[in-house]
Design a protein around this ligand. Sequence first.
Ligand SMILES: Cc1cc2nc3c(=O)[nH]c(=O)nc-3n(C[C@H](O)[C@H](O)[C@H](O)COP(=O)(O)O)c2cc1C
Length: 142
Amino acid sequence: MKIAVRYYSKSGNTKKIACAIADAVGTTANTTDEPIAEQVDVLFLGGALYAGGIDVHLRDYIKKLTPAQVKSIAVFSTAAGGKSIQPHVAGLLNGTGITISGDGFSCKGKFLFINLGRPNEQDCSDAVAYAKAIMEKLHLLE
Ligand SMILES: Cc1cc2nc3c(=O)[nH]c(=O)nc-3n(C[C@H](O)[C@H](O)[C@H](O)COP(=O)(O)O)c2cc1C
């Protein structure tokens, strides 16, 4: 059973969720600059919404993923409006043989003067519950 957590975060909001998930599933959260050394059963992959889409770095990262590295992906994200990046990720994975697990977790992230303090503790614990549900679904919980 192999699990990895990768994220792309400009101002630290998505990183906060990544760290909470990584802690809960017993691994470390790394940026998308960190390669996946051996095949993982599930990759928790995080990003944020910028101008209605995902950043080009995350897009390029996803495009390069292969089923030899990653069997399935569980998405988490933050956005000022709280919308998920899952549709963007799913579109890029279409036809790659990498499956998506779950409906994606998303929460509000602070942006300029709105959503101050988000993600907050509740957001982190909701993200952990989501990650644990994914793990249970994939029978990865020991
Ligand atoms: C340049 C820019 C564009 C953004 N565009 C959107 C957007 O279209 N929709 C939205 O809900 N939030 C938008 N946001 C807010 C971010 O999604 C939000 O702050 C997110 O939590 C940032 O996560 P990060 O700190 O991990 O980068 C934008 C933020 C920036 C900096």
